[in-house]
Design a protein around this ligand. Structure first.
Ligand code: SF4
Length: 528
C-alpha cells in the first residue's frame, strides 16, 4: 500500500550517501565488471519512495553512482536521506548541501533510529520503521515544505505491517549498475547476541512479508534490469524457521518459471546446519552463498557473547554441511573480545585454513548503542569516544596489539596463494553440489555471452597482465580454463581481487579496522 493521496503535490529528492570504502562493498571488483558502480540498491529509501503519495514525483540518486546535482536540488521541494552509521559523515554532508538550497531535509533508516543525536542538523528525524511517523512526515510536508525552526523528531509507534509494504521503487534505480540485487523477506531476530543491535531496533519476533510479495519483487527486480545475484538482507533468514520453509517452494517455482536466471544469498545463524529440510529447499532454490556470523572459533568467547547457538553443531561440521548443500559460507569474525588472548590471531588463521572459507569479514569489536554490550561497557566505564580510534571499546588487551593482530590476520588470510587455494577447495568440494540448472535461451543469449567476455577481458588484462599477483592468478586461471570452468573463474576472481587489494590496504593501515568505526576516512561528495 501507499500513503493516502493528498491534494498538494511535493517533489521529493531521495539521496543515498556514498559508502566509506569497506571490505564488504567490493569496490575493487567493479572495474572488472561491466558498468557496475555500487554495491546494493538501498531497500529502505526505495521503499519510502514507493510509499509516498502516488501524485508526488520522486527522484532517487545513489551518490555511489553519481552525486546529486544543483539541478536535482533546485528541482526538489524536500530531501530524504537514509543510511547506516558508516555513512554518517556523508549523510551530514548531503544535509549541508541541501540546506544551501534552503530545502527541508529528513533522515530515516538504521543509523538515525539507533543514534538520533548523530544528526543535529537535519530538519526531520524519522526514528523507527515505516509507519505512523512516515504518515506524519508526509502530512507535515504536504502542509508546508519550509524548514521548521527547530528539529522535529518523529518516532514510529505503530509500524506498517510488512504484508502491506509496497514493492520498492526499483524502477527509480539503475539496477544494472549494482554489484548485487537486494530483497527483504523478514525483519528482526529472536537471538540476543551481546554486540548486536538488531533485536533492539527491529524486535525479536521476526516480521514478515508474504511469499507472493517476494516473488512479485523478484519479477520487478528482473524487469528493472537486475542480473546475477540477489541478496536476502534479512537479519536472520531462519529467524522464523517456519516462514523460511513456507517461502522456499515459492522461490523454487519462481526459479523454474524464469529459468534460474538469479542466484540467491542470505544471512543466517550457523544452527541452520541442523535443518536439512531448509537446506535442501535452499539448494533447490539456488542459494549459493550464506553469510554466518561465526564471530570466533573460541567456544568460551561464544558463550560470553551469548552466541551459544553457534555451537549447536560443531562449527567445522556445520560449515561442511552447508558446503554439502552447495553453499559457500561467508563468515563474520570479531577481534578485540574480552576473551581474546595474545594467541587469538594465530588461532583464527588456523581456523581459516581448516574451514577453507574464502571470504571472512574480520572486524574489530565496536559497541553499538541499543546493545547489551554497550550497556555493559558503559557500566564498566569502558566506552571510549575518540574518532581517531578504530573502536570505541577499551579492550582488555592493549589497543595497539589488537589492531596489529587485525592487520596481521588480514595480511596473512588474503595472501593471493592462500585465498585462491580456498577458492580451489570450494570449486572442488562445494560448487559441484549446487543444483544443475537447465540451459535456457537467456544463458546462451548474445547479451549474456558479451557480458561474460567483457568480464574475462577485464580480468585477463587488469589482473593477469597489469596485476601484481600474476603467477598465482595464472596458476588458478589456467586450471579453470583447462577444465572449462569459466563461470567459476569469473565469480572467484571478482571477489578474490577485491579481497586481496582491500586486505593490502588494511594491513598497510589505510583502512578502518571496524566496519562501524567512526574514524572517518572518506572525503565527502562535493556539490556541483
Ligand atoms: S543471530 Fe545475528 S542478527 Fe541475531 S542477534 Fe545474533 S548477531 Fe544479531
Amino acid at each position: 500500500m501507499r500513503a493516502e493521496s493528498v491534494e498538494t503535490v511535493r517533489r521529493i529528492l531521495c539521496v543515498f550517501p556514498r559508502y566509506t570504502s569497506s571490505f564488504g562493498t567490493f569496490e575493487y571488483a567493479y572495474p572488472l565488471m561491466d558498468g557496475v558502480q555500487a554495491f546494493m540498491p538501498p531497500q529502505g529509501l526505495l521503499l519510502i519512495a514507493a510509499y509516498l503519495p502516488a501524485n508526488w514525483p520522486v527522484r532517487f540518486i545513489d551518490e555511489n553512482i553519481r552525486p546529486a546535482t544543483t539541478e536535482d536540488f533546485q528541482w526538489a521541494e524536500a530531501v530524504f536521506v537514509s543510511g547506516m552509521h558508516i555513512q554518517r559523515q556523508q549523510m551530514n554532508d548531503i544535509c549541508r548541501r541541501a540546506h544551501a538550497f534552503d530545502l527541508a531535509v529528513a533522515i530515516g533508516g538504521p543509523s538515525v533510529s539507533a543514534c538520533p543525536d548523530y544528526y543535529p542538523s537535519f530538519d526531520y528525524l524519522h526514528v523507527g520503521e515505516l509507519g505512523d511517523a512516515t504518515n506524519d512526515l508526509i502530512a507535515r510536508l504536504a502542509r508546508d515544505t519550509s524548514r521548521p525552526e527547530q528539529q522535529v523528531v518523529l518516532k514510529t509507534a505503530d509500524r506498517l505491517d510488512m504484508t502491506s509494504f509496497p514493492l520498492p521503487a526499483y524502477e527509480l534505480a539503475e539496477l544494472e549498475r549494482y554489484f548485487l540485487g537486494s530483497i527483504q523477506y523478514s525483519s528482526g531476530c529472536p537471538y540476543q547476541c551481546e554486540f548486536c543491535d538488531i533485536p533492539g531496533l527491529y524486535g525479536r519476533n521476526p516480521r514478515l512479508k508474504s511469499p507472493q510479495q517476494i516473488t512479485a519483487e523478484l519479477d520487478k527486480l528482473l524487469e528493472c534490469g537486475i542480473r546475477g545475484s540477489v541478496y536476502f538482507v534479512d537479519d536472520n533468514f531462519i529467524g522464523n524457521r517456519k516462514a523460511a520453509l513456507d517461502l522456499l517452494p515459492h522461490l523454487v517455482e519462481w526459479q523454474k518459471k524464469t529459468g534460474y536466471v538469479l542466484r540467491f544469498s542470505c544471512e543466517a545463524t550457523l544452527n541452520i546446519a541442523k535443518r536439512p529440510e531448509i537446506l535442501a529447499g535452499m539448494r533447490e532454490a539456488f542459494f549459493s552463498t550464506i553469510f554466518c556470523g561465526i564471530e570466533t572459533p573460541d567456544p568460551v568467547a561464544l558463550k560470553a557473547m551469548h552466541k551459544d547457538h553457534n555451537m549447536m553443531v560443531p562449527i567445522m561440521e556445520a560449515i561442511q554441511t552447508l558446503n554439502r548443500f552447495g553453499m559457500e559460507v561467508v563468515s563474520g569474525i570479531i577481534l578485540g573480545l574480552d576473551t581474546d588472548k595474545p594467541e587469538t590471531g594465530a588461532h583464527l588463521l588456523e581456523f581459516i585454513d581448516a574451514s577453507q572459507i574464502p571470504l571472512l569479514t574480520i572486524n574489530l569489536l565496536q559497541a553499538l548503542p541499543k546493545t547489551p554490550l554497550w550497556d555493559r561497557l558503559q557500566r564498566e566505564n569502558r566506552l571510549i569516544e575518540d574518532e581517531g580510534r578504530d573502536s570505541n571499546v577499551d579492550f582488555r588487551l592493549p589497543y595497539e596489539d589488537v589492531v596489529q593482530t587485525w592487520r596481521a590476520c588480514m595480511g596473512s588470510a588474503y595472501q593471493p596463494d592462500k585465498l585462491l587455494a580456498r577458492y580451489e577447495y570450494q570449486i572442488r568440494e562445494t560448487y559441484p553440489n549446487q543444483i544443475r540448472r537447465p540451459r535456457t535461451p537467456q544463458q546462451s543469449s548474445w547479451a549474456n555471452i558479451k557480458l561474460g567476455l567483457t568480464m574475462l577481458r577485464n580480468i585477463f588484462w587488469k589482473v593477469g597482465v597489469l596485476g601484481d599477483y600474476k603467477i598465482q592468478f595464472w596458476k588458478f586461471a589456467l586450471r579453470r580454463l583447462a577444465r572449462g570452468e569459466i563461470e567459476y573463474l569469473i565469480s572467484s576472481i571478482l571477489v578474490a581481487h577485491h579481497l586481496i587489494k582491500f586486505a593490502r590496504d588494511a594491513s598497510g593501515g589505510q583502512t578502518n579496522a571496524s566496519y562501524y568505526s567512526l574514524k572517518l576516512q572518506e572525503a565527502s561528495v562535493p556539490a556541483e
